[in-house]
Design a binder for this molecule. Structure first.
Ligand code: UT7
Length: 325
């Protein structure tokens, strides 16, 4: 039987770095507060030529080059994003045009910070049904355009970037073993971003705060830890895989304290967890594929290793996935 495997990875980060010292000049905060409460030291901010679809296209081209697959041979192109270039057409269609993936059908997928894992699951379902398919999945975000740079509760957390994978079917390799995905729309008010042109009566009536990202951080934090712990425990139990059999865990990068709690509760040692939240902050749907590409290019992923992913984000959406490299 064919399984969904990663044929290549790529990522692209904007050139401009925004440090905690820079933020000290913009809002009432300190490097010490940001570092101890979040683990974030710098984040990247998109500039000219670094729009959502442009970052996505550069990441995609690197993944295609590693995979040895031509853009024209991609059958399905998915961009996971909550900050699309336009409302319509999708960022995926912009990427398609930019890289020449003329044979693909293309669409965006919005599951906030869980978008990449949801996208992997969708791609896996297509490839399981048609193993000769080649899928290009990109997580790409330009969150800097949608945070309120006067709100110290949120503006210090987020960054821009893109990561991509080329996926295909292969016999004799483990590939995607299982995924456990969840949503709970009842909790949307704890983390949301209204559309710029929205006339949403709910939000207008409750003294709408504009179309920037809004978050009740402390509550999100608690849900995130518990939800990711449960999702990981569920996928490991289903696959009868013990924590010490994991080669590398690549979690969504939101806050080092969330990751520390997760590692404690799951009993996963820090050396088995890929962490880059210090460099890029929270890049939402892009965070897992950027981390995956870095781990891959650093030679941290070995054939046969069990790789564990988990994420949590707005919606709420969350989940876990187990993959054999
Ligand atoms: O991608 C998935 C979704 N997002 C997340 O997973 C993020 C989850 N939440 C978090 O990471 C954390 O809750 C935050 C980093 C956002 C906040 O950390 P916290 O330890 O939960 O702080 P807090 O919100 O409880 O705020 C503590 C204090 C408050 O002051 P008072 O009310 O105690 O006087 C805040 O006003 O820290 C204050 N504060 C700040 N101080 C300096 C909030 N932001 C800042 C800041 N600099 N940037």
């Amino acid at each position: 039987m064919d399984h969904t495997v990663v044929l290549g990875t790529g990522s692209c980060l904007p050139d401009r770095k925004l440090t905690n010292a820079d933020l000290e000049k913009m809002v009432d905060t300190s490097d010490e507060w940001i570092t101890t409460r979040t683990g974030i030291r710098t984040r990247r901010i998109a500039g000219k030529g670094e729009q959502n679809y442009q970052l996505a296209s550069r990441a995609a081209e690197k993944a295609l080059a590693m995979a040895g697959v031509e853009a024209a041979d991609i059958d399905l192109l998915i961009v996971a994003t909550l900050t699309p270039h336009m409302m319509m057409p999708s960022s995926a269609c912009f990427v398609q045009a930019e890289i020449g993936a003329t044979g693909a059908f293309a669409f965006d997928l919005n599951a906030a910070c869980s978008g990449f894992l949801y996208g992997l699951d969708v791609a896996d379902k297509y490839i399981t049904g048609r193993p000769d398919m080649k899928v290009l999945l990109v997580g790409s975000e330009t969150l800097s355009a949608r945070v309120n740079w006067q709100d110290r509760n949120t503006c210090i957390l987020f960054g821009d970037g893109a990561g991509a994978v080329v996926l295909g079917g292969e016999r004799g390799r483990g590939g995607v073993l299982a995924s456990h995905l969840f949503s709970d729309g009842r909790l949307w008010r704890l983390l949301y971003m209204d559309s710029p042109e929205s006339l949403n009566p709910d939000l207008v009536q409750e003294s709408r705060k504009g179309c920037h990202l809004q978050m009740t951080g402390r509550d999100v934090f608690k849900y995130a830890v518990r939800a990711m712990e449960d999702a990981v425990a569920g996928v490991l139990a289903e696959q009868k895989v013990a924590v010490d059999e994991i080669g590398l865990m690549i979690p969504h990068q939101a806050n080092i304290r969330i990751l520390n709690k997760l590692m404690d509760r799951l009993g996963i040692p820090e050396e088995k967890v890929y962490i880059n939240v210090d460099k890029y902050g929270n890049t939402s749907a892009a965070s897992i594929p950027i981390a995956l590409d870095e781990a891959n290019r650093q030679g941290l992923l070995h054939r046969g290793d069990k790789i564990l992913f988990c994420s949590f984000g707005g919606g709420f959406t969350w989940g876990s996935m187990l993959m054999q490299w």
